[in-house]
Design a protein around this ligand. Structure first.
Ligand code: ADP
Length: 487
């Protein structure tokens, strides 16, 4: 099958969250299943060409229409491995700037409508330049939701390439909603701007375009696939999703164990595995030194690595942690950035408990590996979590996840109450201080019991979320998309 994935971020070229990891890992896994030719199309952001060798210009003097204007652009092509290429859409005015979606420290780029309508059009046009016919276009999130509508338009007109389309929803809360006037940029006829199309309360909704016009829909965990059909999690799109639910499949993301492993990893100094955890103890000591906490192997070290966005529950965790830091002996490290208020709260926590709390504000990839490796417990108190990757990385790194039972956290972690023999994490239900404290108390008790601690760690380290089997589930969905397109 010839598959083109379209995404606004792809690891290691660009990343703000799990989307980047998922797209890169899935593309690799698909390419490794013999018989597939796989491409990824993504914007060329500032600095990427300097950081990576091996890009060659594939399309020059290209013009892409946007709202009646013709904008010049080009495409760079880079082989990643056998059967896998990345295509970078180069439009410096739109993409050579700081921040993928936002001006750092401020809000969204004011022209995100133009940037991503342009990118969506570029994705559709790129198909003409590929050396093979694209069977399936795999779209990721709102930034390319309009592509599905554009392809539907091609099909209706009987012109241009019309691959089958599949949209994967990574986070329903981000929809790309723009004023009606932005719709003019798309080149689509008015018949698309209806409630059964991409209209959303008189505005243009890019994610809704993807939901209404793709041949198949997936989201990144089975539980989230059910949750998003409810008003609580549906973010206003539960009606549209209900209408299209026969096309929706929840597929839990996998983990790229070539990147996220404890044995051959340039970011960590001491290798370890489920049979020999000696290296993990050394990682903990090194981490405590690096983040300026006392070198205490007898104290449990809790960690969070996260975007500081409301979804992640760090504001709710804060009072629970603060109260417990007064009475219990443990350490906590946060690596994250986002809401300035939340950043400041956690900075203050580190000032108030300098021997117990370290707060690192920023985005630090290598440090995120060392935190996963050196910590004992990983806190993910998300209000909702479509999939979540860090809890799966934690499992492989022998770091016990403490999670709210929602979305992919519910699907990937086993609590003692569910299956004592396979317990690998601690789950709680309500976003309440008392429940979070109860979960942390359970962790403190596990830490005091070396056999139990090892039991949890080994269960987690054995769990296998590799992409090999997960990518087959995507191929099944792609086949469905192909056959429904033919009807
Ligand atoms: P989301 O995509 O909602 O942000 P995920 O758990 O799916 O959440 O993925 C988050 C990814 O981003 C993980 O790979 C995590 O390690 C990484 N990450 C988040 N914040 C930071 C940070 N401040 N520094 C380094 N990596 C981070």
């Amino acid at each position: 099958m010839n598959i083109l994935l379209a995404s606004s971020e792809v690891f290691p070229f660009s990343k703000t969250g799990g989307l980047a990891d998922m797209v890169a890992a899935l593309a690799k896994a698909l390419a490794r299943q013999g018989g597939n030719r796989v491409g990824i199309v993504t914007p060329l952001y500032k600095g990427t060409r300097n950081r990576f060798q091996g890009m060659a210009r594939m399309v020059a003097d290209w013009t892409v229409e946007l709202g009646g204007e013709r904008l010049t652009a080009s495409v760079w092509r880079m082989p990643l491995e056998k059967g896998l290429h990345v295509y970078f859409v180069d439009q410096p005015d739109f993409f050579h700037r700081e921040g993928l979606y936002t001006v750092p420290g401020q809000g969204d780029h004011p022209d995100n409508d133009r940037r991503f309508v342009f990118f969506s059009r570029a994705v559709v046009e790129l198909i003409h330049f590929l050396p093979y016919e694209t069977d399936v276009l795999h779209l990721h999130d709102w930034q390319v939701g309009l592509v599905a509508a554009m392809i539907a338009r091609h099909r209706a007109m009987g012109v241009g390439p019309a691959p089958a389309t599949c949209l994967t929803i990574h986070n329903l809360a981000y929809q790309g909603v723009f004023p009606r006037s932005s719709f003019e940029l798309t080149g689509l006829p008015e018949t698309f701007f209806v409630p059964e199309g991409l209209e959303f309360y008189q505005q243009m909704n890019c994610l809704k375009a993807g939901i209404m016009f793709s041949d198949q829909l997936t989201t990144v965990s089975p539980t989230y696939a059910e949750e998003i059909l409810t008003p609580e999690f549906g973010c206003g799109l539960e009606g549209a999703l209900h209408y299209r639910r026969h096309l929706l499949t929840g597929i839990l993301n996998g983990v790229d164990y070539e990147e996220w492993n404890t044995e051959k990893n340039p970011s960590i100094s001491h290798a370890f595995n489920q049979h020999d955890l000696g290296g993990k103890a050394l990682q903990k000591r090194d981490l405590q030194r690096e983040i300026g906490l006392p070198l205490r192997e007898d104290l449990p070290l809790f960690a969070s690595i996260t975007r500081l966005a409301g979804q992640k529950g760090m504001d709710e965790l804060y009072p629970a942690l603060r109260a417990m830091l007064h009475t219990e002996d443990f350490q906590f490290v946060l690596l994250g950035s986002g809401s300035p208020e939340t950043e400041e709260k956690y900075r203050q926590l580190a000032r108030d408990f300098p021997d117990k709390v370290a707060t690192v504000i920023g985005y630090r990839h290598a440090l995120s590996h060392r935190i996963e490796a050196g910590a004992d417990f990983f806190l993910m108190p998300s209000l909702y979590e479509p999939c979540g990757l860090n809890q799966m990385y934690s499992l492989r790194y022998g770091t016990i996840p403490i999670v709210r039972a929602t979305g992919g956290l519910q699907d990937s972690i086993t609590d003692f109450s569910e299956d004592p023999g396979h317990a690998d994490g601690i789950k709680f239900d309500a976003m309440e201080t008392s429940e979070m404290q109860e979960a942390i108390r359970k962790a403190l008790a596990i830490f005091q019991d070396p056999d139990l601690l090892l039991h949890y760690r080994q269960n987690g380290m054995q769990k296998d979320f590799s992409w090999e089997s997960t990518s087959r589930q995507y191929l099944d969905v792609f086949r469905k998309a192909l056959s429904s397109r033919e009807i």
